[in-house]
Design a protein around this ligand. Structure first.
Ligand code: ADP
Ligand code: MG
Length: 332
C-alpha cells in the first residue's frame, strides 16, 4: 500500500466545500471538528454500521455503497424530523484500492451535497476483517418539535411513504429465491442499493405526525417500536399493505400473496418513513403527498389493544406472526 492514511484522507475525504458549510466552524484535520446549531434548535445525532457480507455484498458497486452508507443515516435524521448538517466517517479497510475509494467517495459526496451535509471528520484504519463503514450523522431540529416513537395515540392513523418490499424483492432475486424480469429487477436493485432518505418529508411532518420511525428492519418490527414506546397497539390492512408494493405486478401470477405480504411486513431495507397522525390531519397529509410527489399511504390505525394485527377485507386477523430483521436471529 503506497497511499498512507493521511494521504488517503486528504485525497478522498476532505474537501474545501465542506469546510465552508455555514454550520461548520472547523472541519477535517483537527482533533475535533466544531459545529454550530441554529438558535432554538437541538442537535439530532445517529450512527449506523455497514459490514461487508452482512449489510452489503462484497461485489457491490462502491458508488452505491457510498450512497447507501450515508442514506441510511440521513433516514434516521428524517425520522426525527431533523435537517442534516454534518457527518463523521469511520472506515475499516482490508485493502487500499484507489479506484474503489474514488467511486465510494463520489457516491458518498453526491448524496451529501444533495442534502448539504458536510463531512467533518472520521477515523480510518487498516484491518484484516471485513470492510466496515460507520457513519455518524448530525442534524438540527427545532427544540420540542423532534419526532419520536412514543407519541402515537389510540385512533391515530398509520401512514407509510413510498413503496414497500422492493429492496427485499431485489435481495430474494439475488439469493436465487425468485426471478424478477429485468425491468423490475432494475427498479428493485436501485431501491436496495440507492435508497432515498425521506428528509424533506420528515421535516414537513412537524406538527402533523404524532410518532415517526424509518423502516430499516421491516414494517411490523419497526411499528412494534412505535406501539411499545406509545403503550398502544395497531391494526393494519392486508389490502393496503399489498397495494404498497409497486413491483408486485411483476411477480408470476401464481406467486403466493402470503410470501409477498411477508416481504412487505418484514422485508427491511425500505428506508421509507412510517408515521402516525390524528385523523384531523388527513387532508394536510394528502396535500403534502401531492406537494412532495411521494405516496403517503394509510395502512392502518392505532388501537388500545396491544400487539399488531393484520386484518383481511372481512376483518379477520392474519394467522401468521411477522417478525422483523434481527442481526442475532435467523432471517424472517
Ligand atoms: P486522531 O488521531 O486525533 O483521532 P486522526 O489522525 O485519526 O485523528 O485523523 C486526522 C484527521 O482526519 C481528523 O480530523 C479526523 O477527523 C480526519 N479523518 C480521519 N479519517 C477520516 C475519514 N474517513 N473521513 C473524514 N475525515 C477523516
Ligand atoms: Mg484517529
Amino acid at each position: 500500500m503506497t497511499l498512507g492514511e493521511f494521504d488517503l484522507i486528504a485525497r478522498y475525504f476532505s474537501r474545501d466545500a465542506d469546510a465552508r458549510h455555514p454550520a461548520v466552524r472547523l472541519g477535517v484535520g483537527d482533533d475535533c471538528a466544531l459545529l454550530s446549531v441554529s438558535p432554538g434548535h437541538v442537535l439530532a445525532t445517529s450512527t449506523d454500521l455497514l459490514v461487508e457480507g452482512r449489510h452489503f455484498f462484497p461485489d457491490v458497486n462502491p458508488r452505491h455503497l457510498g450512497h447507501k452508507a450515508l442514506a441510511v443515516n440521513l433516514s434516521d435524521l428524517a425520522a426525527s424530523g431533523a435537517r442534516p448538517l454534518a457527518f463523521l466517517l469511520g472506515l475499516s479497510l482490508p485493502r487500499v484500492d484507489p479506484p474503489w475509494l474514488s467511486d465510494f467517495s463520489d457516491g458518498l459526496f453526491a448524496l451529501a451535497d444533495e442534502h448539504r451535509c458536510a463531512l467533518i471528520g472520521g477515523d480510518t484504519t487498516a484491518c484484516t476483517g471485513p470492510l466496515t463503514v460507520s457513519i455518524t450523522v448530525m442534524g438540527e431540529v427545532p427544540a420540542h418539535l423532534a419526532l419520536r416513537r412514543s407519541g402515537a395515540r389510540v385512533g391515530d392513523q398509520i401512514y407509510v411513504s413510498g413503496q414497500l418490499g422492493d429492496a427485499r424483492l431485489a435481495l430474494e432475486h439475488r439469493l436465487g429465491h425468485i426471478t424478477l424480469p429485468n425491468a423490475a429487477l432494475t427498479v428493485a436493485q436501485q431501491r436496495l442499493e440507492l435508497p432515498t432518505p425521506r428528509v424533506a418529508l420528515g421535516q414537513a411532518l412537524h406538527g402533523l405526525a404524532s410518532a415517526c420511525i424509518d423502516l430499516s428492519d421491516g414494517l411490523v418490527g419497526d411499528l412494534t417500536h412505535i406501539v411499545n414506546a406509545s403503550h398502544t397497539g395497531a391494526e393494519l390492512s392486508e389490502q393496503a399493505l399489498l397495494a404498497s408494493c409497486g413491483l408486485s405486478q411483476w411477480l408470476p401470477r401464481a406467486f403466493p400473496r402470503d410470501e409477498l405480504l411477508r416481504f412487505i411486513a418484514s422485508g427491511g431495507d425500505d428506508y421509507e418513513l412510517l408515521f402516525t397522525a390524528h385523523p384531523s390531519h388527513a387532508d394536510a397529509i394528502a396535500a403534502l403527498s401531492l406537494h412532495l410527489k411521494l405516496p403517503l399511504r394509510r395502512v392502518g390505525h392505532i388501537t388500545e389493544e396491544r400487539g399488531i394485527r393484520i386484518l383481511d377485507t372481512q376483518g379477520h386477523p392474519h394467522p401468521r406472526v411477522f417478525s422483523s430483521f434481527d442481526h442475532f436471529s435467523p432471517r424472517p
